[in-house]
Design a protein around this ligand. Structure first.
Ligand SMILES: Nc1nc2c(ncn2[C@@H]2O[C@H](COP(=O)(O)OP(=O)(O)OP(=O)(O)O)[C@@H](O)[C@H]2O)c(=O)[nH]1
Ligand SMILES: [Mg+2]
Length: 659
């Protein structure tokens, strides 16, 4: 069959389980990391997140496709090992399966995705599902890997033992998908007379069920499957070793960040020059009036100030995705567990912490793999301290300003900002675990996934997806705020005939000196900006931020960035650009800042942005995951105090040192 699936994606709330009227429902269930989401993506054409570690999917995800003119609802579930005695993280999937099974209105087929390289373990859940549902299809996934190891599982025999269709597939390569689709369209009724296996173990104790799984696995030819090859064992000995493992960890993370900056440099320069020439060209075409200023100073400057970070975001997600796919990250979690435990954080917090370097939102959601509620809450509270990609603009802006001619120092300060975020998160965890959430984290017990060759296409899809999200934000939220700021900085208009006395005097003096007209324009533009709403607002709040060394422009930017922190870059591009020297060629953000901000104030700004909680969407997610506004408010409170205090110290000490 080759009808292209037409899919729409929706994210229901966890508890939502209403069937779509008249639709068949296909439920993708299976052990964690068996490839459920990869298969779901294949069949729906969607791009839900997949990766080679346990617990990637934490929410129920539905999609609707049309197959042979009929609507089919596909549901991707988080992984689970069994229907009974499930742990907290398996709850979402177990409850969804139970409630779907209990609802007679749903025309349900369960697609059990089984990892062929670990068939025995999958059979435990398969046996349970077979007992409870009348329509079950086993998608025996990862057969590309078993084949490579020279093992052919006997699917026909398995089908007889289980009394259900068994279709060998490779979700990654797409092999067997047509056969799977045919089996699903056909309806996939289980053998009416029941199957010996299920009759034999109905109501069995787990131990008996495991024994049954072992026997069936053996009869299907899965006994020869040694999960871990010799190479895997050797690699694991090294990568989880307390000393070599830590060295490897530092090396890998260092290489990751180093390559992000190296690879992103050239495309960032292109974007920078591109927008600079675009601004200059637009300034040439457009009349020198409000419209011209709106396009050049509002739209182009605002967009350019944000889009410049696209290459870094793309490369960061690409590399993290590649690394995840290899299976290394689970080993890294194992290595850092002992250090995390000292701060009161569970080892499982490692993967959320790593994703928090891209964005705190998915990171907070992925803490669902931490069973202990206190461990989980402590992790959530400190996650926003890690340097997410929205902070990168500020880091680049400030380092470019302070150390334009010293790339090594710039790199060190940049890394320092990341490091500060990590140290602050661990310190906050120590304090929180010692006071609010007393107790020690549970020791780390994770299953190490098998090493896999990374899939470039998956990584590219993730990177494109995340960059798309960033672009949409840039195009909507950030552009809107830039335009609002332009308007705030433009109105009310200052009548050129009625300049304030000081400005008029300055202009007269410049005219007497026969200064270049641009210099006179710049003086008038600065007076206009101070006269505007933005100028008045900035001047009002300036005293609050003055002890941190922020002038009124930065104060406006800091205020705006409490909605979304990356706004600061476009804000300053707009505000400093508007009050700028009026030259044809707009300078880079770094140069503009250098003219306006002292080094001590720059460092203080950097520290403030490392530590401040400036992201409404993250707070909304924290509210959702904790069920109360108390914790997001706590996040906002402690992080604001921390940011203000640290920036204050940096500015005061920095002013003495740096002059
Ligand atoms: N070689 C190979 N790898 C696969 C196949 N299917 C999935 N994978 C890889 O297996 C890993 C896990 O895939 P996911 O689709 O995220 O697994 P999942 O079952 O949704 O995992 P959870 O959401 O954590 O329960 C990813 O690295 C996939 O690229 C396959 O058929 N062959
Ligand atoms: Mg998944």
């Amino acid at each position: 069959m080759s009808q292209g699936p037409v899919a729409t994606l929706e994210l229901p709330r966890i508890s939502e389980n209403r069937p779509t009227a008249g639709a068949r429902r296909l439920l993708f269930a299976g052990n964690p990391n068996a490839g459920k989401t990869t298969l779901f993506n294949r069949l729906t054409g969607l791009k839900a997140r997949t990766s080679n570690h346990i617990g990637t999917t934490v929410e129920v995800r539905k999609a609707r496709v049309i197959w042979q003119g009929q609507p089919v609802e596909m549901v991707d579930l988080p992984g689970l090992y069994g229907l009974d005695n499930h742990s907290a993280e398996e709850r979402v999937a177990a409850e969804y399966i139970e409630s779907s099974l209990a609802d007679p209105a749903i025309d349900l087929t369960v697609v059990m995705v089984a990892d062929a390289t670990n068939l025995e373990r999958s059979l435990y859940l398969a046996g349970q599902l077979r007992e409870r549902c009348d329509s079950l299809v086993i998608a025996l996934n990862m057969t590309d890997l078993t084949r490579r190891r020279g093992i052919e599982l006997d699917c026909q025999h398995l089908a007889i033992e289980l009394g259900a269709s068994v279709v060998p597939v490779s979700a990654r390569s797409g092999e067997g998908l047509d056969e799977l689709r045919d089996a699903l369209v056909a309806g996939a009724e289980c053998a009416a007379n029941g199957c010996p296996a299920c009759l034999a173990c109905s109501g069995c104790k787990p131990a008996k069920r495991y024994a049954w799984a072992e026997q069936v696995n053996e009869r299907a030819g899965g006994k020869g499957l040694v999960r871990d090859s010799r190479l895997t064992q050797v690699l694991d000995d090294w990568l989880t070793h307390p000393v070599y493992g830590l060295a490897a960890f530092i090396l890998v993370m260092g290489a990751l960040f180093q390559s992000i900056f190296m690879l992103a440099e050239t495309p960032m320069n292109w974007i920078d020059t591109g927008f600079a020439s675009l601004g200059a060209a637009a300034a040439g075409w457009l009349p020198d009036n409000l419209l011209g200023s709106f396009v050049v100073d509002g739209v182009i400057a605002g967009l350019g100030g944000t889009l410049i970070f696209l290459p870094q975001i793309f490369i960061l997600f690409l590399l993290i995705s590649v690394l995840e796919d290899t299976g290394y990250l689970a080993r890294a979690a194992f290595v850092v567990d002992r250090y995390m435990a000292r701060a009161g954080l569970p080892g499982r917090a490692f993967v959320p912490m790593l994703s928090a370097h891209a964005c705190a939102i998915p990171a907070i959601m992925s803490t669902r793999t931490i069973d202990n509620p206190r461990d989980r809450l402590a992790t959530m509270l400190v996650l926003p301290l890690f340097s997410c990609s929205a902070r990168i603009p500020v880091y680049i802006m400030v380092t470019a300003m302070l150390f334009a001619d010293q790339p090594l120092l710039a790199g060190a300060v940049f890394a320092g900002a990341y490091f500060l975020g990590i140290v602050a998160a661990f310190a906050a965890a120590v304090v929180i675990r010692g006071t609010l959430l007393k107790g020690r984290p549970n020791p780390l017990l994770i299953e190490l996934p098998t090493y896999k060759r990374p899939h470039l296409q998956t990584a590219l899809t993730t990177a494109i997806d995340r960059s798309g999200l960033f672009l949409r934000r840039a195009a909507t939220l950030i552009l809107t705020i830039s335009v609002i700021l332009w308007a705030l900085g433009t109105f009310p208009r200052l009548d050129p005939e009625q300049l304030p006395a000081a400005t008029a005097e300055q202009v007269e003096q410049l005219q007497a000196e026969q200064a270049a007209p641009e210099r006179i324009d710049a003086v008038v533009a600065a007076a206009q900006l101070e006269y505007s709403f933005a100028g008045r607002l900035g001047k009002t709040i300036e005293p609050v931020f003055a002890p941190l060394g922020f002038d009124w422009q930065i104060s406006v930017g800091v205020l705006a960035s409490f909605a979304a922190r990356e706004v600061i870059a476009s804000t300053l591009s707009v505000l400093y650009g508007m009050g700028g020297d009026g030259e044809e060629d707009p300078d880079s953000i770094g140069e503009r800042l250098r003219d306006n901000v002292s080094p001590a104030a720059g460092l203080s700004l950097l520290v403030f942005f490392v530590l401040a909680m400036q992201c409404l969407p993250t707070q909304v997610i924290t509210r959702r995951e904790t069920g109360t506004w108390r914790w997001p408010l706590f996040q906002l409170g402690y992080m604001s105090v921390l940011a203000y205090t640290a920036a204050f110290i940096v500015y005061q000490v920095g002013s003495i040192w740096l002059g």
